[in-house]
Ligand binder design. Sequence first.
Ligand SMILES: *Cc1c(COP(=O)(O)O)cnc(C)c1O
Length: 360
Amino acid sequence: MFNDYLKDIKTYEAGKPIELVVREFGIKPQDVVKLASNENPLGCSPKVAEAIAKNAYKASLYPDDSMYELKEALCKRFGIEDKNIIIGAGSDQVLEFISHVKLHKGAKILRSAVTFAMYDIYAKQFGAKIVKTPSYRHIVDEFKEKIESEKPDIVYICTPNNPTGDATPKKDVLSIIEAAPKDTLVVVDCAYMEYVEDEAYKLEPKDFINYENVIYLGTFSKAYGLGGMRVGYGIANENIISVLYKVRPPFNITSLSLLAAVEASKDKAFVQKSVELNRKEMQRYIGFAEENGIEYIESFTNFITYLFDESRNSSKIANSLMRKGVIIRDLASYGLNAVRITIGTEVQNSRLFEVLSQEL
Ligand SMILES: *Cc1c(COP(=O)(O)O)cnc(C)c1O
């Protein structure tokens, strides 16, 4: 009855919500530590909460569909023009728009071996084929080889990469772009770019607006702490943006979400504080791994991926931590004996180390 290619879509497995742990294990909500979805442990800028409270009456009005204020904020932040921007309900929705304009039955996407799960889910929704490079890291030669032999319609570069945390040097991103023919759209997904401090890895949307076939994606869900508001963006050459606009539903961003993103954009100090906390606490995760003989991937993000050897089982570990009220992300579904842990507050991280030590 339904499109046959939908059969092998596994519905996206989101990080376990706090409510589930409360319900199933009888743990008090305030005792649950959720380090599974790369949310900002500091929440969001207090200015956001204030503005939402003050503007709650806007819930009854249709939003400003031109998204003027938010686009202005992004233009200022990135040194671009509003014709270069499309806003999505999360950058996830921009991924969906991209899939609409490029994919169909028999089309192909190319991605690294281990990367963001939504690329595949959208590809499968359109009956497109998934081509993977051998490595989870984005290796230029591997991408070149697959671009030539498979001629993908979309190439995904996720940097920093989720769920591994590694990043691709800017020069390698540019080399992969150069290897792609003009009718292949290269999507550079930079959901964690705010956390990148090494200049060799730092990408700016501006770097890409002169290409005919590249789009940069960013989000307010991670460093800006607005995961619950669903605001992300695509930045590209105006020809790409105008095509994406054809498949955008009207009023795709709620009034209060637009407002939240505008307010969040004004509070640079909050983002800076978040990045600093992350840097400091990341050192503790590295220390913990080294003390306990756990292999880890050097991370450019607000999470760290611990790789276990055969003596340990990532699913078992994640499950037993959940019973103690600490939620982390098992990566078994990505084919890895590994877990991804979001860097939390100092107190949350101490709790994680305590329960993980008991487990090891
Ligand atoms: C979180 C994330 C996104 C999208 O998040 P939204 O909440 O939809 O903006 C996109 N790409 C990667 C790699 C992510 O980790």
